[in-house]
Design a protein around this ligand. Structure first.
Ligand code: FAD
Ligand code: DLZ
Ligand code: SF4
Length: 516
């Protein structure tokens, strides 16, 4: 019998977690559960599964070393009933707790499950606020209330003031809040790209890799070359490496894409921050120090900090403000299933193939690849945003619904009709050609629009505009496209729409759930 049963989920791997802070090792049993049900919600990438289980196992060891009793249910335990609630039920029988203390789960579905446990098991449940985020649900709600537009930029300024990051009194360091205009450089040919931090698997990770291989033999995602850090020490080393070696050029090349280069100057820290191995504030403070002490340019430091205290906190705010209805939104009424080449990369479109194959290898793609290649293509092709959401939730090691859903449904698919983004991130092949070297070795020609060898993004862009005219024409940020469309010869428009239709008709598609 123990006083407190303390479930900890895979993205709560922080020693300062609210429920741990509120408790004492002597009075509590920590419960950690590897369960197949979670792996079946969407077809999670196998490297992601390995990352999740290995980080959980390492964290459990660290807790034990710190004196906690940890009841750990491994995925391949014979007695494992494979869902959070059924495992909780077994744990309640084992430990007869007087109380259940949980830190708020990050995902709406899981929070509702935890809320039900008091009735399910007749044990009082306390849900602690997750104070690892810098903006609480209430603070976000208060910020959002009464505003006509919920643009991230204004929220971000509030967060700069609140945290004091890159502030000079009440003024932003460098005299501007935002240096984004300096962060759109394509990468020059021959520019050096420095290596990223990589951790070789230890024995515990090797055992997890074997287990994932055995349990999920058909799943998407390579297990080879597992490079992720799986504990706090490794995550801290990764942060140091980024701050010292890569951060300086993060800003300049934030939007660049280069063939065969999956990481460029991005940090690869999202998986560690989202799992709880690093706190968002400590990451930003390290970056601020690099700006003040090591000569890191302001566009790099500000750009990076904005992603974390701005975008990351903001999308979480939107998620909790708008769930559960948010998940069902489909402003553009898109209905197609996802192309099969999102899983096997079997397409002549070099940009899409590069991103899919890198995703398959690393469970990672950087932001512009996610937004302007696979995201942009899915929106232009009219893929059901729920299918797009399931794919993004499945394939990236940093993907948890609270952060993935607003980015996918809101930012990249315009599925919320402009709550998050003021205009759809729709573009023809021209943008990809400007920001990458993908087009130079593509079988399609980025300059052509209607011929068989024409870049499909070009005709799909106009197809997207034409079919969504009734809801987009009055958007001041995209209305110009309709002026261009209206100036085109009728024959030309018809040829563009035909080319797009025939491409879409020939495109093989399947439900995401077919890949479970
Ligand atoms: P860097 O480029 O080094 O950026 C630094 C940090 O800023 C990241 O580690 C991350 O913590 C934060 N960040 C940057 N952009 C965002 C953003 N838009 N929203 C929230 N945090 C941000 N990010 C996730 O963490 N999980 C997801 O599931 C996820 N899904 C996405 C889906 C789509 C369609 C798009 C367009 C973006 C998505 N993002 C997601 C945001 C962003 O692409 C990733 O955070 C980033 O690519 C992670 O790589 P990195 O750590 O190298 O980031
Ligand atoms: C995604 C995932 C997977 C595949 N497996 C587990 C698991 O076995 N145990 C666990 O605690 N969490 C897992 N997760 C994450 C959950 O689906 C969910 O996103 C988090 O619990 C956040 O609420
Ligand atoms: Fe992608 Fe079109 Fe460029 Fe090919 S030509 S890489 S399809 S943007």
């Amino acid at each position: 019998m123990s006083d407190v049963l303390l479930p900890i989920f895979s993205d709560q791997l922080s020693h300062g977690l609210a429920s741990l802070e509120a408790s004492e090792p002597g009075e509590s049993v920590v419960l950690m559960m590897e369960v197949k049900h979670e792996a079946m919600v969407v077809p999670h990438h196998r490297k992601k599964l390995a990352f999740i289980f290995s980080t959980m196992r390492h964290f459990a060891e660290e807790l034990r070393a710190a004196g906690w009793t940890v009841d750990y249910v491994a995925l391949d335990d014979a007695a494992n009933t494979q869902s959070f609630s059924s495992e909780m039920e077994r744990a309640v029988k084992r430990h007869s707790p007087k109380r259940i203390w949980a830190t708020e789960p990050s995902e709406y579905r899981v929070r509702e499950t935890v809320r039900g446990w008091e009735d399910d098991f007749g044990v009082p449940v306390t849900i602690f606020r997750d104070d690892r985020f810098l903006c609480s649900h209430n603070d976000f709600k208060a910020w959002a209330e009464g505003r006509k537009s919920l643009r991230m930029e204004y929220f971000y300024r509030e967060m700069r003031k609140k945290t004091g990051l890159l502030m000079d009194g009440d003024k932003p360091v460098g005299g501007q809040w935002n240096f984004d205009k300096d962060n759109r450089k394509p990468m020059r040919a021959g520019e050096e790209i420095r290596p990223h931090y990589q951790r070789s698997p230890d024995n515990m990770t090797a055992a997890v890799l074997r287990m994932v291989e055995e349990e999920f033999p058909q799943r998407f995602g390579s297990l080879d070359g597992f490079f992720y850090a799986v504990d706090r020490d490794g995550a801290l080393e990764s942060l140091e490496h980024f701050a010292a070696d890569l951060l300086g050029k993060f800003g300049d090349y934030q939007d660049a894409m280069v063939k065969g280069q999956a990481f460029l100057y991005h940090s690869l820290l999202s998986s560690y921050i989202n799992a709880g191995l690093l706190s968002p504030l400590e990451v930003c403070e390290r970056v601020e120090r690099a700006f003040h002490e090591d000569g890191v340019p302001i566009n790099a430091a500000e750009g990076f900090i904005r992603q974390i205290i701005g975008w990351r906190e903001y999308v979480r705010g939107i998620y909790w403000l708008k769930m559960p209805e948010y998940k069902d939104e489909n402003f553009l009424k898109a209905t197609r299933h996802l192309p099969t080449f999102y899983w096997d990369g079997d397409t002549k479109m070099n940009c899409v193939r590069q991103v899919v194959l890198e995703t398959e290898e690393n469970a990672y793609a950087h932001h512009i690849q996610r937004l302007m290649v696979t995201g942009n293509f899915a929106m232009l092709a009219g893929i059901d945003p729920d299918q797009v959401h399931e794919w993004y939730l499945a394939v990236y090691s940093d993907a948890y619904e609270w952060v993935e859903l607003p980015n996918t449904l809101g930012m990249s698919q315009f599925g919320d009709g402009g709550l998050l983004a003021s205009k759809p991130y729709a573009s023809s092949g021209n943008y990809i050609n400007k920001m990458s070297d993908y087009c130079s070795s593509c079988e399609y020609n980025v300059k052509k629009r209607v011929t068989e060898d024409a870049c499909p993004f070009n005709s799909l862009y106009w197809h997207f505009m034409a079919r969504n005219r009734d809801v987009l024409e009055n958007n001041p940020r995209i209305g110009f496209a309709y002026k261009t469309l209206d100036r085109m010869d009728e024959d030309k428009v018809e040829a563009l729409l035909e080319r797009a239709d025939s491409f879409l008709e020939a495109m093989p598609t399947a439900k995401v759930s077919d890949y479970l």
